[in-house]
Design a protein around this ligand. Structure first.
Ligand code: 6R9
Length: 648
């Protein structure tokens, strides 16, 4: 599809949306010309216990990276997400829960949510959880996940959510790094008709060395499945919560007090603990939710992301609830029990705003009209996409089939680190081009730079950076400010490095081209090649491994792993399966390699550096475009790999 294919905003849409293009342009200019005044005003979207007098205090100067917003203000996140809505919409549904099985659902009003969160907050307090303590959540997609998050924020505890698909190894790593005091989990989760052994995974994680910071494990009985019980350590959610008072005074938090830690993959080393703080994060999540989804009273909003990812934090829980919206939380998967489940859920709950990922869209697209069979999806008003570049074919299918050619698509570009959406269309303001995330949100100053950090002008491609801070920006890496500075501010001085490449067209629209570093994006999940390699080489028979991404029709990127065995070891179909299983167990199912390539040797420079550029070309069958190979220590390795690839 050509980029000239434009879907202009209709006069009718502009009329009924919160913002027109003229308003966007004027407000955007104001937000850049005077961020203090702009955000000083917009910060009032929240209720403050103590109003701020300072708005922005940020430095991108090398050696002094420091980011502060609304720094003398005080507020409470759960009070903003719940209490302030009680008077006007206490009986409105806050969380609409749809179970894995279509006959299970729940509607939780703001009044009910308030009660549940207060009781659970008191239960946490009774376990001596205090302001600043880190609480690890390893939860299924049930309302209790949101209740636990909000309860943490109510008492000032810092949550660290671990995605329910991660392995015991991965849980342990995050518990150790964050020094979690409590773990909150469930007996089991449910996905696609199958149980997920959450408690068993936690039990296994807590057997690992270094996890003795954990004092208690709170277990929500979700499926009633059989689980081991450690009398001294395990607590039943219901038993400790039911007797608690239904009132719990929200703790006043400074705007810069930590709100949560969320681990994400980088190009090197272990996952990084991205730290977000209270005031700026919530202002930004609330503002972006409102304008990007054009939120209006009566909307039913459904974000399909898991709470274990940043999208599940900002746009499943905090952004929608701070706006007083009804947010749908779905336990299952888009194609169970039928291919049309996603569309069926839309019809069942009259969803008006739908936010999902390209990988889900492509998986449905592969099923053709079965994905919408027997459904009308007439309630839909706006569609959203997040997590990876959406190819124009998938965009068009989403638009035509799911949206009945009548809903604008907001292709939202952002990252765990950015806290909220940075580049996105706004429904009534932005003409759409399939495949483009279009223009910056208020206060966001993207730029493209060359590899030397020189800012590029006009229609051009380059490294995507941000020239100044926005309220939702991460503040540091938990306990590792040096790594924070090194990772995000050292490649190009004085700017935030996103790690993504992008192209800007004649209209100033941004087209994200993907990661420029060694980070893969598999089904919208970020995976560091280094993490997968380190899982591979921890296998006793493996000497060396190199992982690259290859295009994958549904997942966006697939994982292609070159594996060199120890001398004396031989490849076999059994070992192939065993190695895949090994990675699955070390990290989680999402990291399972798609292809293993038994390699006798890897292409290296004379200084011993693996030449990934060459490995990528071989993996994608472009061995006629290897580029400069003059620095190779042993060129015959490459010929051998090309031969082996052809035989895979
Ligand atoms: C929110 C989230 C971040 C990386 C990011 C980029 C890719 C996200 C995108 C997109 C193109 C979009 N990405 N949204 N690429 N178009 N609309 O996904 O956070 O898990 O940290 O991933 O995902 O490469 O750098 P996170």
């Amino acid at each position: 599809m050509s980029e000239n294919h434009v879907y202009p905003v209709s006069a009718e849409l502009a009329e009924k949306s919160l913002l027109t293009n003229e308003q966007y342009l004027a407000d955007y200019a104001a937000s850049i010309n005077d961020p203090e005044a702009f955000w000083g005003e917009k910060g009032k979207i929240l209720d403050w216990i103590k109003p701020y007098t300072k708005v922005k205090n940020c430095s991108y100067d090398p050696g002094h990276i420091s980011i502060n917003w609304f720094e003398d203000g005080e507020l409470n996140v759960s009070a903003n997400c719940i209490d302030r809505h009680l008077a006007s919409k206490g009986d409105q549904v806050a969380i609409l829960w749809e179970g894995d099985s279509p006959d299970q659902d729940q509607s939780i009003t703001y009044n009910e949510l308030h009660k549940r969160v207060c009781q659970f907050s008191n239960a946490l307090k009774a376990q001596d959880v205090q302001k600043g303590d880190v609480v690890c959540l390893y939860m299924p997609m049930t309302p209790e996940a949101a209740v636990a998050m909000l309860a943490c924020t109510r008492i000032g505890a810092v949550h660290s959510i671990v995605f329910g698909g991660f392995s015991p190894e991965a849980i342990a790593g995050r518990i150790i790094d964050s020094k979690s005091k409590i773990v909150i989990t469930a007996d089991e989760g449910r996905r696609g008709g199958r149980p997920v052994p959450l408690k068993a995974n936690v039990d296994e994680a807590l057997e690992k060395e270094g996890t003795d910071c954990v004092e208690k494990v709170i277990v929500f009985k979700n499926t009633g499945g059989d689980v081991a019980w450690h009398e001294q350590r395990d607590l039943d959610w219901e038993t400790i919560t039911a007797p608690q008072s239904e009132q719990c005074e929200p703790t006043a938090m400074n705007a810069e007090d930590p709100l949560f830690i969320l681990y994400t993959s980088g190009s090197t080393g272990t996952p990084k603990g991205v730290l977000h703080t209270t005031g700026g994060y919530l202002v930004y999540a609330t503002m972006t939710f409102k304008y990007v989804f054009d939120y209006q009273e009566g909307d039913i909003y459904w974000c399909t992301a898991d709470v274990g990812w940043i999208t599940g934090h900002s746009y499943l829980v905090y952004g929608p609830l701070a706006n007083g919206a009804t947010t749908l939380l779905f336990e299952g998967v888009p194609t169970y029990p039928t291919t049309a489940r996603m569309s069926e859920v839309v019809d069942k709950h009259n969803v008006t705003l739908l936010y999902t990922a390209p990988t889900a869209i492509r998986a449905l697209m592969a099923k053709g009209d079965d994905a919408i069979k027997g459904t009308s999806r007439e309630s839909l008003r706006i569609l959203g996409s997040v997590g990876e570049p959406i190819n124009p074919e998938a965009w068009e299918w989403y638009y035509d089939k799911i949206g009945n050619k009548s809903c604008p698509i907001v292709d939202t570009w952002w990252q765990t680190e950015t806290g909220g959406i940075l580049i996105t269309p706004l429904p009534g303001a932005t003409d759409l081009k399939p495949g483009s995330a279009t223009r910056p949100f208020f206060g966001v100053q993207p730029a493209l730079v060359d590899n030397e950090g020189v800012i590029l002008e006009g229609a051009i491609e380059g490294n995507l950076v941000m020239l100044d801070s926005w309220p939702g920006q991460m503040r540091t890496l938990f306990n590792n400010h040096d790594r924070f500075e090194q990772t995000y501010f050292s490649t190009f001085k004085g700017m935030y490095t996103t790690g993504d490449g992008a192209r800007r067209d004649e209209d100033g629209y941004y087209w994200i081209t993907g990661r420029v570093d060694d980070v893969l994006n598999v089904s919208g999940h970020r995976m560091g090649t280094a993490e997968i390699e380190s899982a591979l080489v921890s296998h006793p028979k493996i000497a060396e491994a190199a992982v690259v991404g290859v295009p994958h029709e549904i997942k966006g990127q697939g994982i292609y792993a070159y594996v060199t065995l120890n001398s004396g070891e031989f490849s076999s179909p059994e070992l192939y399966a065993e190695v895949k299983q090994w990675v699955r167990k070390e990290i989680g199912p999402i990291a399972t390699p798609d292809i293993l390539h038994w390699a006798e040797g890897l292409p290296k420079t004379r200084s011993g550096k693996i030449m990934r550029r060459i490995l990528r070309k071989i993996a994608t069958g472009e061995s006629d475009q290897l580029g400069d190979t003059s620095t190779l220590a042993d060129p015959s390795v490459v010929d051998q790999l090309i031969k082996e690839n052809a035989e895979l």
